[in-house]
Design a protein around this ligand. Structure first.
Ligand code: ADP
Length: 278
């Protein structure tokens, strides 16, 4: 199945999250059943990221959004696990600092975008400024409502300078979120992950749904598409995301750079050295 088609939000369409099954797992019965496919995509990801790093001509920005406990951290661990850390950066975005808040809302994100040859992963992203900010009225509506356009222009700028953008909304349902909160409570090694915020945001579930739907509907473009990833099953989420990232990188037709040295000459020198050391 081509997940980059299946889960892509068609530009201009109106998203209704209630119509999307968060527990979807395609034809796979279990993690074990999907494992060979997951591993094959990990391998592809590894090769393609190596090529991107070697080519040094373009970059990839992956944005992760979702409700609390949707699996942003787990996704990063999975995608990064397949990559060479030298070619990757991860940035998390929390409540803006005083300095960040003293700039335009995109400033802190722009600084974290990837340089050529690199992959950058955003754990939360510039979309927070039309999500938490909208839900909690942190700025007036006439300010946040303009941000969809600002975001689309920002992403167009990045795309025009060879930064490819993939945005993933990790879709879990209310039952799954509760299950994950309980796992955190039951497991002392996960207590550090619990924040008051998680429980404060849950009563605002519907307000968040509206805010997510608006972001997904207004900001899925040809150059920076949104994908809605069914994420109740963590392994299916990993499979779908690694397939989409790998297939996208493949379409870029990247090439290894031409060698800067004469390889035949180097080979001759090598043989000479090998002879001399006998
Ligand atoms: P995480 O859940 O990402 O692991 P935290 O539990 O520290 O980390 O949550 C970060 C918090 O920062 C979230 O509640 C998020 O909504 C908030 N946040 C992120 N960006 C903004 C923003 N631009 N304005 C206000 N709050 C924000």
């Amino acid at each position: 199945m081509d997940y980059s088609k299946q889960f892509r939000v068609t530009p201009g369409s109106k998203v209704d999250l209630s119509q999307i099954d968060a527990g979807f797992k395609d034809q796979h019965e279990s993690h074990a059943h999907a494992l060979p496919e997951i591993e094959a995509y990990e391998q592809k990801l590894q090769e393609l990221q190596y090529l991107m790093y070697a080519e040094g001509k373009r970059s990839l920005l992956i944005c992760l959004q979702g409700r609390d406990a949707a699996g942003k951290d787990g996704t990063i661990k999975h995608v990064l696990g397949a990559m060479n850390p030298q070619g990757c950066t991860v940035s998390g975005f929390k409540v803006p600092t005083k300095t960040e808040a003293a700039h335009d809302f995109l400033w802190r994100y722009h600084r974290a975008t990837p340089e050529k040859g690199q992959v950058a992963i955003f754990n939360r992203s510039h979309y927070e400024d039309v999500l938490v900010v909208r839900v909690h009225n942190l700025v007036p509506e006439d300010v946040w409502s303009k941000r969809y356009d600002h975001i689309n222009h920002f992403e167009q700028l990045l795309h025009d300078t060879d930064t490819h953008i993939l945005k993933f909304y990790l879709h879990i349902d209310g039952e799954e979120q509760l299950k994950r909160f309980k796992q955190r409570i039951d497991d002392p090694t996960r207590h550090w992950k619990i924040s008051d915020g998680d429980y404060a945001e849950r009563p605002l579930w519907n307000e968040y749904t509206q805010a997510f739907e608006a972001a997904l509907s207004n900001c899925s473009t040809e150059h920076a598409p949104w994908f809605i990833i069914p994420s109740n099953h963590k392994w299916f989420r990993n499979l779908a995301i690694s397939q989409i990232v790998a297939e996208t990188l493949k379409t870029l037709n990247m090439q290894f750079p031409e060698p800067t040295v004469d390889i035949n000459e180097i080979k001759q020198k090598y043989h000479q050295m090998a002879e001399e050391s006998k």
